[in-house]
Design a protein around this ligand. Structure first.
Ligand SMILES: Cc1cc2nc3c(=O)[nH]c(=O)nc-3n(C[C@H](O)[C@H](O)[C@H](O)COP(=O)(O)OP(=O)(O)OC[C@H]3O[C@@H](n4cnc5c(N)ncnc54)[C@H](O)[C@@H]3O)c2cc1C
Length: 306
């Protein structure tokens, strides 16, 4: 952990409104994770840029969080500076209309659920797959969040990114966005995104959202702390959840970390789980699935910290 009298630490603290030794369990949907040496919530992209410049000058490592809904933070926490982008917000705007298509511009810190509501209100179809997915737009694009019925790669037109090396803002167009399953290959920080949606009957859009939400709430343990699906599906046909369920692992538990009874690909924190319990459970699941089905499950949840 950085010492309070460390010059880099106090210089940064002096210029920005930072939180110190902030428990990261307060900033993740898993409700797990030790402290961040320093934590910042920049309010706009210029503040983000100044913060990154200062951290880089002082050689302080930076870790990025959006809504913290796909993250598992270690019990020792994260050294250096954690930057949370969820306050990077501005009004959602329709920037382009092209026959029956419309492009909306959204700041990275905006909640995906709010963008979904905007789409419904403006009779725009394309985000129905995102019903019930928590987190921010930046995190959703970085994770290529989605379901069987679609993902962010299908609607992302371009993104505005702060280049971490040059600290210059750049726009990356769709053709240069390297999306794959639950991942975008990108090193920069997303500050805004343009999404292209299609005009559609409002009732039809609302009904699809409603159906998707009902399905999600019926099949996922939404009332327990988690980070969503823990493992990536090994193939389109074989879901990780089916394999874990077939292996009889629903309800398997290490202290307060448990394989959900309702969806086998969710590890839930049933009270006060530690990261080490969750990682132990993860390794046991992987070992059993490898022995039984000869398939190596890879994690979808991103682990951060020392
Ligand atoms: C109950 C529940 C249900 C879920 N259901 C789904 C689902 O159906 N489908 C699905 O795909 N996911 C699902 N998830 C997982 C998660 O919600 C998504 O991956 C979400 O898009 C992550 O967004 P976030 O803002 O929380 O990102 P975070 O978890 O904060 O970050 C995820 C990654 O993105 C990076 N990142 C965040 N913001 C930025 C930015 N502005 N610029 C660059 N990098 C950034 C972070 O560094 C990190 O590597 C679910 C999670 C929960 C808890």
């Amino acid at each position: 952990m950085l010492k309070r009298d460390n010059t880099a630490y106090s210089t940064l603290a002096y210029e920005f409104n930072l939180l110190f030794d902030e428990p990261l369990k307060n900033h993740t949907s898993f409700k797990v994770g030790g402290p961040a040496d320093m934590l910042a919530l920049p309010k706009d992209k210029q503040e983000l840029k100044s913060l990154l410049k200062k951290a880089s000058d002082l050689d302080i490592p930076v870790t990025l969080f959006g809504g913290g809904t796909n993250l598992l933070v270690t019990d020792k926490g994260i050294r250096g500076l954690v930057v949370i982008t969820r306050q990077l917000k501005s009004e959602i705007r329709i920037t382009q209309t092209d026959s029956d298509k419309k492009t909306i511009c959204v700041a990275a810190g905006e909640r995906l659920s709010k963008v979904c509501q905007f789409a419904i209100n403006h009779c725009l179809s394309g985000l129905e797959f995102a019903a019930g997915i928590p987190g921010t737009i930046g995190g959703a694009i970085m994770m290529n969040a989605g379901t069987k019925s679609g993902d962010m790669s299908g609607i992302a037109e371009s993104i505005d990114v702060l280049n971490k090396k040059t600290l210059i803002f750049e726009t990356i167009e769709k053709k240069n966005l390297n999306f794959s399953y639950r991942q975008l290959n990108l090193t920069g920080i997303i500050v805004a995104a343009r999404l292209t949606l299609k005009e559609e009957n409002k009732k039809k859009i609302e009904e699809t959202f409603r159906q998707n939400l009902i399905r999600k709430n019926a099949t996922q343990p939404v009332s327990f702390a988690s980070a969503g699906c823990f493992f990536k599906n090994p193939t389109l046909e074989k879901s990780a959840g089916e394999l874990i369920e077939k292996a009889g692992l629903k309800g398997m538990r290490i202290k307060d970390a448990m394989v959900s009874q309702s969806h086998a690909n969710f590890i839930v924190n049933i009270n006060n789980a530690r990261c080490e319990d969750i990682l132990l459970l993860k390794r046991q699941i992987q070992k059993i699935i490898l022995n039984k089905f000869h398939i190596k499950l890879k994690t979808e949840v991103r682990v951060e910290g020392e």
